[in-house]
Design a protein. Structure first.
Length: 153
């Protein structure tokens, strides 16, 4: 890729990828979460809007992203992880699925404490509800080139 004078790398980053990247930055146990000013507020003089649902992802980091993490990095085009939540943060726990290609689904463990509960995609990219089975597993879905963050609903 060759950039022309005055052209930024940002113009090559698709919106769906920014949402996926911020899900990784904000909702995983590792790392130091940070948000770029222009991604949060937008850059009006460059006609750049804020990243879609970035405020939601920040809220999910604060309220839901706690407890033991289980990674599902078994597919090059569809990854996921869960956070079981903890007793200190009421109603914490979440499941994240990211696709860089086609829609997908991952059977993931979120914890037996959620058995019988329904989960919804807090980003609104998938409209159905996911039921957690008696063993603490759910079949979490994602649309193509998209991110879904499933929380107890």
């Amino acid at each position: 890729m060759i950039l022309k004078y005055g052209q930024s790398l940002e113009s090559f980053v698709e919106e769906w990828f920014k949402q996926a990247a911020y899900s990784i930055i904000l909702l995983r146990n590792e790392g130091y979460p940070c948000v770029f000013y222009g991604d949060f507020y937008g850059i009006p003089h460059d006609n750049k809007k804020p990243v879609k649902d970035l405020e939601t992802l920040i809220r999910l980091r604060k309220e839901k992203s706690y407890g033991e993490q289980h990674d599902y990095f078994d597919d090059k085009n569809c990854i996921g992880w869960t956070r079981e939540g903890d007793n200190e943060h009421l109603q914490s726990g979440l499941a994240v699925v990211i696709s860089n290609a086609l829609e997908g689904e991952k059977r993931m463990y979120i914890g037996k404490q959620f058995a019988g509960e329904k989960f919804i995609d807090s980003l609104g990219n998938c409209n159905e509800e996911i039921s957690i089975d008696e063993e603490g597993y759910g079949n979490f879905k994602v649309k193509g080139k998209s991110t879904s963050v499933w929380v107890e609903g």
